[in-house]
Ligand binder design. Sequence first.
Ligand SMILES: Nc1ncnc2c1ncn2[C@@H]1O[C@H](COP(=O)(O)OP(=O)(O)O)[C@@H](O)[C@H]1O
Ligand SMILES: [Mg+2]
Length: 393
Amino acid sequence: MLGSNSQKLLENFFKSQLKLGIIAGGQLGKMLIQEASKWDITTYVMDTDERCPAGKIASYFVKGDLKDFDDVYRFGKLVDILTFEIESVNILALKKLKEEGLIVLPDPGVIELIQDKGLQKDFLKKNNIPTPDFKIFNSKDEIFQAIRSGQIKYPFVQKLRKGGYDGRGVFIIEKESDMKEIVDLPSVVEEKVEIKKEVAVIVARNEKGEIKNYPLVEMVFDPKANLLDKLICPANVSEKENKKAVEVATRVVEKLDVIGVLAIEFFIDKEGNVLVNEMAPRPHNSGHHTIESVQTSQFEQHLRAILGLPLGSTELIIPSVMVNILGEEGYVGEVRYEGIEKALSINGVKIHLYGKKITKPYRKMGHITILDKDINSAIEKADLIKKTIRVIS
Ligand SMILES: Nc1ncnc2c1ncn2[C@@H]1O[C@H](COP(=O)(O)OP(=O)(O)O)[C@@H](O)[C@H]1O
Ligand SMILES: [Mg+2]
């Protein structure tokens, strides 16, 4: 059912008067604004840092803390619809704004669930969605006790319930001597999966219940740095694994009742089981290639979905590989990029620089998408580019 609020929203859009609020102003916010600007949507972005990537290109920048009730509430009052590029937002403020009639998408309830890896895992289990076995603990002592009583066995993975990202907040415990790494915070402990491949699927859903999924992306990790090395689309998986991931992703987006885009990370284990790792109800790093390589980018799709517009085609135009541009180890300070000219001399290279003024080791400063009809050639170019581009200070 389309509410009168949604109709008013579209009416504002058709009159070029739509005000879209985005929390916060990182690279995902920036790329969402780049799409919104094509449709003459007036964008408001809230972040604590006025030099944030989205700050310069938003129609209006509002300084505010996403965890602060008053800041989020006041920001919501400025706009017709509120959406997110990050989950760690003050939920009470979102719920109050919703109660008072603001369109908040995805729903505050979804954001609340995703903020907490414990609630995410409970949701998956309750809905019979395949995910690694897990238990929830409140403290380090509880984990030690569970080991002594044989409830959990090595190897396992400890994940903080809240606040982790890009591998921070995830601790792989292979054996007893790794137990010094255990953190004394509420966490999920799950079995360590023998991973064959990690893949991600982005699904979009609008208010009418229309659903579209993007082609599977393969996430290749650098085993040494335990960091994402590259993203390959389409993923090299079997027909069966592909079908399973899309089926599960569709079930998750429906059960979670997400409106907008939802990214789902999967493990494919050595036996070919397809297990959900984690979810994010927003555009995602694993979907950046869609800007150039798919008919509808994940950012345009998110706008279509939250505005109640028809979803766009997710057909692949050309295979692609995406690599993040990370701050080099040993450099902190005003950024300087090296190797841009050489990278741009390679066919099919698209460079995105987020506009972060200060580089730090492993900070995501930008990304490069390589388009190539031949995926193996794209992979080779990606490996070359990783050695060519340097972010120093
Ligand atoms: N149960 C597990 N078994 C094996 N490896 C895991 C497991 N959970 C996480 N990992 C590894 O750690 C990475 C980060 O974990 P993830 O839960 O995705 O956290 P983040 O929010 O930091 O992305 C995964 O991409 C995977 O490589
Ligand atoms: Mg992850």
